[in-house]
Design a protein around this ligand. Structure first.
Ligand code: GLC
Ligand code: MG
Length: 560
């Protein structure tokens, strides 16, 4: 077939759809609620699939919907082969996959292999079993240090704050061994040296492949294997600039042994008909280390968090784009791009912070409040820049509405374990997880049939609602929609190759496919190159056709 610039949703099986796919993250508990209990659910997602069709995405990734005590919003899985009653039933997952496929949208599910929930049958069994037993060997149990074993086995800390170890109580009531949890105490780490653990996850992959999913987003992909001696780790002090002092790789992250696991999983996927993908969530830098996860016999993609964290300046953006492309190219993988997800400050808020500010873990009512208009303007420019880059792009629900972080959430409402485990010093991630607005004048802004919402929605949500933006020229929703249509239909956007063009210092300019892309990071408007014809922009150009501060334009190159 010789139609390289056209992409249709029922393309032939031999096309590597994921190389330039736009993938939309659904955070089920905050997307759409069908039953009015204030928590989004799978029937809610099904009822709103047409929104995603009109937006024009290629695939969705669903954060976990499995049975779970919800100690970490479902990233604590008690049963990998079912659906939690708050989200629906297994039949709803099947329906969702079928309904999405009917609309030409692929479905990626979340796989959480670093840890289970403490309510998982294996962990319950391990607690009841003796030290040294096969049941305990599926997790990381150790005796404590010091007199009476009263001190944790090593110095590791939980990502959410506090020690990474919790002591157990023996059946006779006396203090027992400790178990490792790199996250919440309700998320015990699995022991990936145990063959039963490896077999179990291959089986879980096959379970969901058989149900028709198109891929897996692999949670904490850099954490599964720990350095065998569980050596103490001396956490880097923050310097006055907020940078971490460079030093050796920590013994709990990015160990070489993880790659063997992904090679095995890749073989499982390759043996299955169709094209399913593995996506690594690995907070690994530099880009070259991350690229190891997407070597030809491992995963297909890895989230590009270095890009997400890059400062809003022409120099920083150009550097991260070059590094990302080069590292991925070296292993033949597509780059990915991402600006927001359920773990970080929404980019419409993050980009309002002074350029170069380290990314805060949540913002509260007592903190300085970001300039919403500036944040949105930059967020829109960042998005149009991202959607032109060669590779696959990830969107997070609500960003197509220009939704900001909820920065004045009452502290009593917070549910992220980070807030509790840091002794109320880090607010955590609730502000980006607030249920999204669909209809300005409905209860819960159309999130569900009632006013119930598991996190309170701020009154400003009305102005961001889908029904206030649909068919409104210049709205953020219409900006996304036009961008995705242009990207899908023609022009080679998202496919590259990318060629940098000469430009003033504060302007980023490149050609990709048939399009010239310019972003102005400077503080004064700049003229467009002679002869180009604007196709799409993140904001209005000046009256005399110049590109204002914090605006991105896509333009057709002059005919030659
Ligand atoms: C990943 C998830 C995050 C979760 C953590 C532990 O980073 O994205 O939400 O808290 O893993 O599973
Ligand atoms: Mg519900």
């Amino acid at each position: 077939m010789n139609t390289p610039l056209t992409r249709t949703r029922d393309e032939g099986a031999d096309t590597e759809w994921w190389r330039d796919a736009v993938i939309y993250q659904i955070y089920p508990r905050s997307f759409a609620d069908s039953d009015g209990d204030g928590i989004g659910d799978l029937p809610g997602v099904i009822a709103r699939l047409d929104h995603l069709v009109s937006l024009g995405v290629d695939a969705v990734w669903l954060s976990p919907f499995y049975p779970s005590p919800q100690a970490d919003a479902g990233y604590d899985v008690a049963d990998y082969r079912d659906v939690d009653p708050i989200f629906g039933r297994l039949a709803d997952a099947d329906q969702l996959i079928a309904q999405a496929h009917q609309r030409g949208i692929r479905v990626i599910v979340d796989l959480v292999p670093n840890h289970t929930s403490s309510a998982h049958a294996w962990f319950v069994e391990a607690l009841a079993a003796a030290p040294g037993s096969p049941a305990r060997d599926r997790y990381v149990f150790r005796d404590g240090r010091g007199p009476g074993g009263d001190e944790p086995p090593n110095s590791w800390r939980s990502v959410f704050g506090g020690p990474a170890w919790t002591r157990t109580t023996d059946p006779d009531g006396t203090p027992g061994q400790w178990y490792l949890h790199l996250f919440d105490a309700g998320q015990p780490d699995l022991n990936w040296d145990n063959p039963q653990v490896r077999d179990e996850f291959v089986d879980i992959l096959r379970f969901w492949l058989a149900r028709g999913v198109d891929g897996f987003r692999v949670d904490v992909a850099h954490g599964l294997v720990k350095q065998a001696d569980l050596a103490d780790w001396h956490y880097p002090a923050e310097t006055t600039t907020g940078d971490h002092v460079a030093q050796a790789r920590p013994p709990m992250w990015d160990q070489d042994g993880v790659h063997e696991i992904y090679r095995q999983w890749r073989a499982v996927l390759d043996a299955h008909p169709g094209q399913q993908i593995l996506v690594a969530e690995a907070w690994v830098q530099p880009a070259e280390r991350l690229a190891a996860y997407v070597r030809p016999d491992e995963m297909h993609q890895a989230f590009n968090f270095e890009y997400l964290e890059a400062a809003w300046s022409a120099a920083a953006q150009r550097t991260v784009i070059d590094r990302s492309l080069a590292a991925a190219d070296a292993v033949g993988a597509p780059t990915t791009w991402v600006l927001s997800n359920h773990d970080v400050l929404r980019h419409a808020t993050r980009l309002a912070l002074p350029v170069g500010t380290p990314r805060p873990n949540g913002i509260g009512a007592g903190d300085p409040q970001p300039d919403t208009a500036l944040g949105l303007r930059r967020a829109r420019a960042a998005t149009l820049l991202m959607l032109a880059l060669p590779g696959s792009a990830y969107l997070y629900q609500g960003e197509e509405l220009g939704l900001p972080e909820h920065t004045t959430l009452p502290d009593e409402a917070r549910q992220d374990p980070t807030w509790r485990r840091t002794g109320h010093t880090e607010r955590g991630r609730d502000g980006c997880r607030v249920p999204i607005p669909w209809e300005a004048d409905s209860p819960s802004y159309g999130f569900g049939p009632t006013d119930a919402s598991w996190l309170p929605q701020p009154p400003v949500w009305a102005e961001y609602a889908v029904d206030r933006q649909r068919d409104v020229p210049g709205s953020t929703f219409e900006m996304y929609r036009t961008a995705l249509r242009l990207r899908r239909d023609h022009h080679g956007l998202g496919r590259g190759p990318l060629r940098w063009l000469e430009s003033p210092d504060d302007v980023l300019a490149f050609a990709v496919g048939a399009v010239t892309v310019l972003t102005n990071f400077g503080d004064a408007p700049v003229p467009l190159p002679p002869g180009v014809e604007p196709l799409h922009a993140s904001g209005p150009l000046t009256d005399d056709g110049q590109l204002p501060t914090d605006v991105t334009v896509w333009a057709r190159q002059p005919a030659r």
